[in-house]
Design a protein around this ligand. Structure first.
Ligand code: SAM
Length: 323
């Protein structure tokens, strides 16, 4: 198993399939995606990569981006990860723009769990934040996903002061009748969002406290879980989760590694760069060298990020690797 210098164990890989995104979220890509994503890992390279990580003990792979559903071969990738590589849990993080049409195909391909980004429950506000008119379609796809019985469904909502913080109780109401978990994500500072961050950053801990006063209680998550601290309530089917990257010891139980859409291993979201793996993804004969290289690189995983010191590495926008 992959274990780093600080005894953290890694069973969870986040793999970006493309840097390209079709939303214009005000805190992430306000002017839309401007780059060119032609160098994405191919299906064969992804299979080589995942096979090596599986042999190193990775059990869960989250496909992210950019917007991973922009990859025309997404279902093939999911199927290969499940059937050919044997990854136990394949998850997808998506903005949900075409989930209504795609859900059944994704489920048939073997997708286990879904994280859907939804920054507002109100159509107008959603459009104001994300630049597209998709709120109602995404809400319909959440209910469709529930009917299709995915192993887990989570909603990602970036908490934005004076933009969507007034919807907090609406989100609590939304999960009451649905077996889903909402993650309220604290806005993170990146290279591109300084002014926005200063205006709209709000610690999620304030809302966490409010829920504790409303009889919500801590819910224990498992080893393959994400970074959210979850709360549950006897009167609610769903749970509320909080991702607070600025909290003390946030990185102490980090259990995930990241690979970029061009095959770079990123040891810390807010680190200085990626270590290229692509040259070792061309043939199965390189599998042992690839595994040794990954294990060697893991020695350089830092103890934690330094966001609270306003150091965000070379992370310009989370769309580059998927958060
Ligand atoms: N396109 C996919 C989506 O929208 O879910 C995957 C990529 S997106 C970068 C992953 C998550 O990161 C989304 O939930 C998004 O809202 C969140 N995110 C982006 N920039 C962020 C920031 N500066 N702070 C906190 N969360 C951010």
């Amino acid at each position: 198993m992959l274990v780093d210098t600080y005894s953290r164990k890694f069973k969870y890989l986040r793999l970006s399939l493309t840097e390209k995104c079709n939303f214009k979220c005000s805190y992430c890509l306000p002017n839309g995606y401007q780059g060119c994503s032609s160098r994405n890992l191919t299906l064969d390279e992804i299979v080589h990569l995942a096979s090596a990580f599986k042999e190193l003990g990775i059990e869960k792979i989250r496909l992210t981006g950019g917007e991973p559903t922009l990859r025309p071969d997404l279902c093939k990738i999911i199927q290969a990860l499940k059937e050919d590589v044997g990854i136990q849990q394949v998850a997808l993080t998506t903005n949900g723009f075409r989930l209504e049409q795609d859900l059944l195909r994704l489920k048939s391909a073997g997708l286990d769990s879904l994280n859907i980004s939804l920054d507002s429950l109100q159509a107008d506000k959603f459009k104001q934040i994300c630049g597209v008119d998709k709120c109602e379609s995404i809400k319909r796809s959440i209910d469709l996903a529930l009917a299709l019985d995915f192993r887990s469904i989570k909603l990602n909502c970036v908490l934005l002061k004076d933009v969507n913080d007034d919807e907090f109780l609406d989100f609590v109401e939304f999960v009451k009748s649905r077996h889903i978990s909402i993650r309220l994500i604290e806005l993170m500072r990146t290279g591109d969002n300084r002014a926005y961050f200063e205006k709209h950053h709000l610690p999620v801990s304030e809302l966490q406290q409010r829920l504790l006063q409303m009889d919500w209680r801590p819910y224990a998550s498992n080893l393959l879980g994400g970074p959210a601290k979850e709360l549950s309530h006897a009167g609610s089917k769903g749970r509320m989760g909080f991702i607070s990257p600025y909290s003390k010891d946030f990185c102490s139980d980090c259990n995930r590694l990241r690979v970029s859409s061009t095959g770079g291993l990123r040891l810390c979201l807010f680190g200085q760069g990626d270590a290229p793996l692509r040259h070792l993804l061309q043939t199965p004969e390189d599998r042992d060298s690839l595994k040794e290289h990954i294990a060697e690189l893991l020695k350089f995983k830092p103890r934690g990020h330094r966001l609270h010191e306003n150091i965000y590495g070379n992370m310009h926008s989370l769309s580059a690797i998927g958060g």
